[in-house]
Design a protein around this ligand. Sequence first.
Ligand SMILES: NC(=O)c1ccc[n+]([C@@H]2O[C@H](COP(=O)([O-])OP(=O)(O)OC[C@H]3O[C@@H](n4cnc5c(N)ncnc54)[C@H](O)[C@@H]3O)[C@@H](O)[C@H]2O)c1
Length: 295
Amino acid sequence: MNILVTGGAGQLGSYLIDTLSAGHEVRALDIREPVIEEHHPLISHVDIRDQAAVERECEWADGIVHAAAQVSVERSIEEPEVDADINIIGTLSMLKAASLAGVGIFVYISSSAVYGDPKYLPVDEAHPRNPKSPYGISKLTAEEYVRVYGESRDLDYLIIRPFNFYSSRADPGSPYSGVITKFVSNIKAGEPILIEGDGEQTRDFVHALDVAEMVRRSVESQVRNLTMNCGSGKGTSINELAEVLASICENVEIRHVAPRIGDIKHSIADISLVRDFVGFEPKIPLREGLISFFD
Ligand SMILES: NC(=O)c1ccc[n+]([C@@H]2O[C@H](COP(=O)([O-])OP(=O)(O)OC[C@H]3O[C@@H](n4cnc5c(N)ncnc54)[C@H](O)[C@@H]3O)[C@@H](O)[C@H]2O)c1
């Protein structure tokens, strides 16, 4: 299959290129330069909101994995119009281009942010969608466009809702990086790691390579027109995360600071659906994934 990955210079996008290239022709697009040297020839400098350019890119494709996004919850609060423009209008332009090109499958990388505060745990796909941030709203709105566009234009789709993924390919220079990237950066700089609140809040951490593997399996399966969670299926508290890092590295100082306003207390994915439908099982244990930051 010829597969076009959007956001190919990003954390997940770069693993998607590696993973999908094993059995497919892969090209990608992004607005920034890839960090991985070998990915340079594969990535076109294209903004997903540039309709004419994405239509040209999609002509070649049999399948699209749409991972490009404005990914920061904080930035979505500061600049909701930018977030909506990239995540909603950008997704619409990809859908239009995919439909014109007659691609066989459109995979949308959504987010667990669509659920908001969990009403029960683990969170399955039937859980009410109640996003708490403009980012969650834009990811949910884009999902709905994918579903309705897919149904009305005969475009097969899959919607994947990853929980918190991490890897050493996340941008440590970003002011909006995730908790694992922040903790590792601080440890490497000899600074204390700062836990917001009591640290008892839980997250479902899954390695970005596992997410890419789940996407590959889904694309290659017969499963279509379905929404699936992607996570480890386990909750890890921020205190536990800090302890694992302290057991890997020497002299880690842990400090507690004020809780973040509006933070979700617990988040754990129910991954029964993706286990049953595509046989996905996450392979990289958290400790192993964390050790890889210090190789
Ligand atoms: N990181 C997580 O924990 C997490 C969790 C759930 C869902 N997601 C989703 O996974 C996807 C990938 O996230 P990531 O963590 O790899 O982020 P990332 O920031 O590393 O990658 C996103 C890429 O999209 C590109 N991009 C942004 N705007 C663009 C535009 N207008 N045109 C073209 N490219 C553009 C960026 O340059 C970046 O390379 C996103 O859709 C995100 O919403 C991430």
